[in-house]
Design a protein around this ligand. Structure first.
Ligand code: NAD
Length: 350
């Protein structure tokens, strides 16, 4: 982040929301709206400090700018965080007070589900603002199935590129995290005959995957080192650092988690080890594509076409990485910044 405290990581607008009546404490961060109204979910969490919440909001909203522009969506990047002291502080009054703040922005920021917020929360917010997405009645609803599909087609592209494998049948994929995205991804992989190694901090989830898919179970802290063709992080961020990269057992890293690289240098570390990394904000964009297409003109065929398009974008990144001898993460950032500059130029000239 820039040393100037007022720079706020290059954000266009950062808003602090407080409401004494409901106890609301929230931050809405709009990183860049050159490509269109900022879109990104509302995270609800107990943060250790306001500074930690602000850092999270800024990091996530900047990430949404990159994700949305690489998915070719007419949206900029934004994110909001609601700070709770305790989980029971998430009350309807607090959610409605937050929705009023979103509404006050007049559509500059569109919110939706994220960690800690549910479809029911968003449906409640819809009572006071139209600037929400992820309403099942208006389209595809839960974005996780499309996130999982995007990761699946991305894995197919990556193994073709790195291993020359035309099919996933008989290949082994190690999946870390068996939640909404990871468990669906396991289903798609199992259907095409891939072998699975799975891990989750919740042992019941790992056992369920073992029963349903015949998966082998690995310990959560060791799954990245499992002997596999692909490692698919689908749990936490920052799972790829100097230590885990050294221990990686797969030639391809392609999964749904956000912010997989602990630092920017870790993209280069993966490339140095000859491991093909599918940049997270490109491969996991299926959910945001699903959310963006929600509304009166929603067509499932168009949604599927665009989610399958993630494989083409990855293919382009992989080719550039070879041609220029740089890491795939660096190529993705470069492409995203180029598109962003073009969107900024178009807005200035409009
Ligand atoms: P989720 O909360 O449904 O599932 C996460 C799973 O990971 C849980 O089963 C949890 O027990 C497990 N887990 C947590 N820590 C772990 C660890 N150290 N090792 C192994 N397992 C662990 O979340 P989700 O919606 O499936 O999202 C997973 C990741 O994908 C997150 O990083 C999220 O930000 C990202 N993502 C999700 C979507 C979406 O559509 N849901 C879209 C884009 C990105």
């Amino acid at each position: 982040m820039n040393a100037d405290p007022l720079d706020l990581d290059g954000h266009e607008m950062v808003i602090q929301c407080r409401d004494a009546g409901s106890g609301l404490r929230a931050i809405i961060a709009i990183h860049d709206s050159s490509a269109g109204p900022a879109m990104g979910g509302c995270r609800i969490a107990a943060y250790p400090s306001t500074a930690a919440a602000l850092t999270d909001a800024l990091r996530l909203s900047r990430g949404m700018t990159f994700k949305n522009i690489m998915a070719g969506l007419p949206h900029g990047g934004g994110k909001s965080v609601i700070l709770l002291e305790r989980p029971e502080d998430k009350t309807p009054a607090l959610l409605l007070a937050f929705a009023e703040r979103v509404n006050g922005l007049g559509g500059r920021y569109i919110t939706g589900e994220d960690v800690g917020s549910t479809v029911a929360d968003i449906q409640l917010m819809r009572k006071v603002t139209p600037h929400v997405r992820g309403i099942p009645e208006n389209g595809p609803g839960d974005p996780s199935p499309m996130t999982a599909l995007g990761v699946f087609v991305g894995i197919r592209k990556a193994v073709l590129h790195r291993l020359g494998a035309e099919t996933l049948t008989g290949l082994t994929v190690a999946v870390q995290g068996l939640g909404a995205v990871g468990s669906r991804l396991c289903g798609l992989l199992h259907d095409v005959g891939a072998r699975l190694v799975v891990a989750d901090v919740d042992p019941a989830r790992a056992r369920e995957a073992a029963d349903r898919f015949g998966a082998a179970i690995a310990r959560p802290e060791e799954v990245h080192g499992a002997r596999a063709d692909v490692f698919a992080p689908c749990a936490l961020g920052a799972v790829l650092d100097a230590g885990t990269i050294r221990a990686l057992g797969a030639a391809v890293v392609a999964g749904g988690a956000n912010n997989q690289l602990a630092t920017a240098q870790d993209g280069a570390r993966l490339a140095e080890r000859g491991i093909l990394y599918a940049p997270d904000y490109v491969i996991n964009a299926g959910g945001v594509i699903s959310t963006a297409l929600e509304g009166p003109g929603y067509e499932r065929g168009e949604l599927l076409r665009r989610v399958h398009g993630i494989a083409d974008t990855l293919g382009e990144i992989f080719e550039h990485a070879i041609a220029d001898g740089v890491a795939t993460s660096a190529v993705a950032d470069r492409l995203a910044l180029g598109r962003l500059e073009a969107a900024r130029h178009a807005r200035r000239s409009a």
